[in-house]
Every structure is written in structure tokens, then in C-alpha cells.
Write a protein that binds this ligand. Structure first.
Ligand code: PLP
Length: 427
């Protein structure tokens, strides 16, 4: 058993001042039980906690750390930016340079705006979509997460054909009255919603590969059909690539699928580990954002020079020949290894991956939606997660989260992970 005394004490202290002892809910390990390790430092593919335990990290700060922790070139870029001051609240060339780098990979983003988080990007993009279309309703999918704005906190699985109910106390009913919910990969539901609300839906927003209900891939034709349905109705299509952007491929799902959304949100890797989000898309739509247009959106720290420097360097390193391929190969090695554990141990597991993102469910059938994901053996996951931590592997503390591989992960890390998994499933 690993030592956890110092983390336990730190958690007790934190719980007196932070709700649940944390500053973002899933960090509290509520889904798996036990004490969350309190992290002292991170380097490469490893996290180190207060008690001196080392973990192979498959969370990567929930996505951003695709180059691994403390990449020397990213740190150097940050040091250089630090020397110039922390924040100006005035425009810089760095912001344009980052935006140009993003646009090269995401040509659908003809214009964009930098913000400070994925939540902010999703909240703002929907405001613009509603203003542009002069429509109020939005359609999202059960199990997709787009940040914690009121209108998006809609109970997953509450029924695709009814208006959503607030998922959290404190969200006014009015805020989610315009939010419609469909099951992921269920085109019939989408068609029916559009039949019931013709000309009323401003936008369809989705994770074009889901990571927030575990890893769920769109079925062939799903994204294409969403593109066609929205086009016919005059609704906008929004790809929330906060997680998938620069992760499943440099060019995201839109690059892989060749489907051009009207609007896109990015975050996580775009800031390389610093707070940064982006929303953007068609020029005619984005021209509506203030001060060019009437749709208000602003931010004291938007385009923060440190976040911009960190994101810019991260994208530069990631774009070098072979880098993304190396990350994909390592992820494939892990994914194939997890698949083969099912045969070796007799435990039903399904695994899938794309680029540097992977997921697995203790389930006997491939999972296509949140409803199906809920059928997985989450009690087994809980036990498994604890055992993996004891063997020095840090997986997301929930059966319904994707995992992330970085450039810094070595083949030895992956072999050690697979061995630990096999042992944990056999005991
Ligand atoms: N959209 C997606 C797909 C996400 O995965 C997340 C966060 O995990 C968000 C939006 C919200 O981003 P943030 O946590 O930076 O506010």
C-alpha cells in the first residue's frame, strides 16, 4: 500500500476552506472513493504527491499536457514571456500569432476570439449563434459536457423530445428552457426534434468525439448527417473541440472527418497548461462579436501573454513532423493492450482511442451513447481505480472520463500500466 498520510491531512485542511476540499468537483475522487493524492510536482509523464508517491499520469491536467509536464521548450517560452510582464489588458502580437497558428490547422475558424476557459468559449459561442440566427433554442447531446454555463447544465438523458430541466439547483428554469437534448449517435431523435421545432433551433453543439461520458466515437455518418440537417434547417453546427482539438489529431475531429462546422470551441491544449479558451468560425457570424458587432463578450485576462506564449509553443512543438504520430502510436499501444486484457483476464472491457485520447468501459458491448455507458460496471471501475493508484498509475477518477497520453509517456510507462491493469483485474 502506498503512503497517503500527508495527502489525507492536506485534504482535511482543504475541506475546511474549499467545498469538498477541491476547486473542481471530480478532483475530490467522489466517483471512486478514497483520498485524492495532493500533488507536489509533475515532470514528463509523472505526477509526484506529498507522500513521495510517483504516478504515471493519464489525466494530463484533463487534457492540456500533451507534451508532458514541464516540457523544456514550453518552460523556456514561459520564462521569456515572464520577463515582459504578466498581463497588460491591451493587444499583443502574440495573440495574433497564436490565432494564426490555430487558423492554419482549423481553417473553418476564419475569425476567432481568445478567452480564458472552455466554459467561457462555449457560453460565448452560443450567444453569438443565437444572435446570428435570431433563434433561441439549442440542441445538445446527453453526456456531452460544454462547461458549466447555466443553459448547458441540462440533465443528461432527461428525454430527447422534452425541454431539459436544470441539472443543478441554482440554475433558473428559464435558463434551460431553450435547451433540447438528444442521445448521442441517435439521428432519429435529432430528426424528430428538428421536425418538432422547425426554424427554432439556433445551433447544434456537440463533442464530435465524446470524452466526457467516457470515450464515445460518432458512428459513421452521424456527423455528416448533423451537418446536413442543420444546413437544411438554417441552424448552425458547433463542434466543441475543447478536448478533441490538437488531441485526436492536430486538426481535431473536423480535420479527420473533413466536416466543416460553422463554429468551433477550443481550450485545454490551446493554452498548453495555462488558462486559455478560443471560439471562432465563419467570418459573417464572428463579425457580430463586439466591438465589430453588437454581441457583447469581454475578459480582463483574455489573451493573457503567458497563456498565449505557452499555447503557441505547445502548438509549435506538436506540429513538428512525427510528434503527433508518436503520441498516436503510444496511445494505440495502450489501447490495443487494454483490449487484449479482456481476453487474458475474462473481464469484459471495451476500449477505443484516437490520436492521444483513449477510453475504456467495463462493458461487453461497444458504447455509443451516455445511456449505454451507464450500463458499464462502475463498481468494478471504482475498485480498479484504487488498485491502479496503489500500483502507481493515475487514471481519471471516474468511469465516465477519457484518458490522455502525452509525448513524454515512454513505452516502458505503457508496459508498466498494462501489467498493473492485468494484475488489478486478476486480483
Ligand atoms: N468543453 C469540453 C468538451 C470539455 O471537455 C470541457 C472541460 O473539460 C469544457 C468544454 C469546459 O472547459 P473548462 O474546464 O476549461 O471551462
Amino acid at each position: 500500500m502506498r503512503a497517503i498520510e500527508l495527502s489525507r491531512k492536506a485534504f482535511e485542511k482543504a475541506a475546511k476552506i474549499f467545498p469538498g476540499g477541491v476547486n473542481s468537483p471530480v478532483r475530490a475522487f467522489g466517483g471512486v472513493g478514497g483520498t485524492p493524492p495532493f500533488i507536489k510536482k509533475a515532470q514528463g509523464s509523472y505526477l509526484y504527491d506529498l507522500d513521495g508517491n510517483r504516478y504515471i499520469d493519464y489525466i494530463g491536467s484533463w487534457g492540456p499536457m500533451i507534451l508532458g509536464h514541464g516540457h523544456p521548450e514550453v518552460l523556456e517560452a514561459l520564462r521569456e514571456a515572464l520577463g515582459q510582464g504578466l498581463s497588460y489588458g491591451a493587444p499583443t502580437e502574440g495573440e495574433t500569432s497564436l490565432a494564426e497558428a490555430i487558423q492554419l490547422l482549423y481553417p473553418s475558424m476564419e475569425m476567432m476570439r481568445l478567452v480564458s476557459s472552455g466554459t467561457e468559449a462555449c457560453m460565448a459561442v452560443l450567444r453569438v449563434a443565437r444572435a446570428f440566427t435570431k433563434r433561441e433554442k439549442i440542441l445538445k447531446f446527453a453526456g456531452c459536457y460544454h462547461g458549466h454555463a447555466d443553459m448547458l447544465l441540462v440533465k443528461a438523458g432527461s428525454g430527447a423530445l422534452t425541454f431539459g430541466l436544470p441539472d443543478s439547483p441554482g440554475v433558473p428554469q428559464g435558463a434551460t428552457r431553450g435547451t433540447l437534448v438528444a442521445s448521442y449517435n441517435n439521428l432519429e431523435e435529432v430528426r424528430e426534434i428538428f421536425r418538432n421545432h422547425p426554424g427554432e433551433i439556433a445551433a447544434v453543439i456537440l463533442e464530435p468525439i465524446v470524452g466526457n461520458a467516457g470515450f464515445i466515437r460518432p458512428e459513421p455518418g452521424f456527423l455528416e448527417e448533423l451537418r446536413s440537417i442543420t444546413e437544411k434547417d438554417g441552424a448552425l453546427l458547433i463542434f466543441d473541440e475543447v478536448m478533441t482539438g490538437f488531441r485526436v489529431a492536430l486538426k481535431g475531429v473536423q480535420g479527420l472527418s473533413k466536416i466543416k462546422p460553422d463554429l468551433t470551441t477550443l481550450g485545454k491544449i490551446a493554452g498548453g497548461g495555462m488558462p486559455l479558451g478560443v471560439y471562432g468560425g465563419r467570418r459573417d457570424i464572428m463579425s457580430m462579436v463586439a466591438p465589430q458587432g453588437p454581441v457583447y463578450q469581454a475578459g480582463t485576462l483574455s489573451g493573457n501573454p503567458l497563456a498565449v506564449a505557452c499555447g503557441r509553443k505547445t502548438l509549435e512543438v506538436l506540429s513538428r513532423p512525427g510528434v503527433m504520430e508518436e503520441i498516436s502510436d503510444k496511445t494505440e499501444m495502450l489501447g490495443q493492450g487494454i483490449r487484449s486484457l479482456s481476453h487474458k483476464t475474462g473481464v469484459p472491457i471495451v476500449a477505443d482511442w484516437q490520436g492521444g485520447m483513449f477510453g475504456f468501459f467495463f462493458h461487453s458491448k461497444p458504447v455509443r451513447s451516455l445511456e449505454e455507458a451507464k450500463g458499464c460496471d462502475s463498481a468494478r471501475f471504482k475498485d480498479f481505480h484504487q488498485k491502479m493508484l496503489d500500483r502507481g498509475v493515475y487514471l481519471a477518477p471516474s468511469a465516465f472520463e477519457a484518458g490522455f497520453v502525452s509525448l513524454a509517456h515512454s513505452k516502458a510507462d505503457i508496459e508498466q500500466t498494462l501489467l498493473a491493469m492485468e494484475t488489478c483485474l486478476e486480483t
